[in-house]
Design a protein around this ligand. Sequence first.
Ligand code: ZN
Length: 134
Amino acid sequence: MKKIEHIGIAVKNLDDSNALFASLLGKKHYKTEAVLSEGVKTSFFQVGPNKIELLEATKKDSPIAKFIEKKGEGVHHIAFAVANIYTEIERLKSEGFIVLNDQPKKGADNKLVVFLHPKSTNGVLIELCQEINE
Ligand code: ZN
């Protein structure tokens, strides 16, 4: 794994949280993007080499809606950049990690993404992401 690419934070209201994080970080988000298949709206803030991704649910059965229902707003996942997501999936499976989707999916911010089940990673939802043009 190359670096922490971003930290995903589940929020109830993206507009309110964009304003909150803009005053926290001293800069505005640089993009917003909807991922319809996941039922989320996202925004991204650049912080040095890493990013903060804010996620708001756009439908009731979205994973973000369920997360907030159970745990409230807060840190939802940590995303690591990888050079080759396919070889990382195979490597992590062979180490016994539970990969949630067999094939990477197109996520926000021009990435192929896959998630590891938190029960195999000390309760932390882990995202692997690979830049699509890389
Ligand atoms: Zn993410």
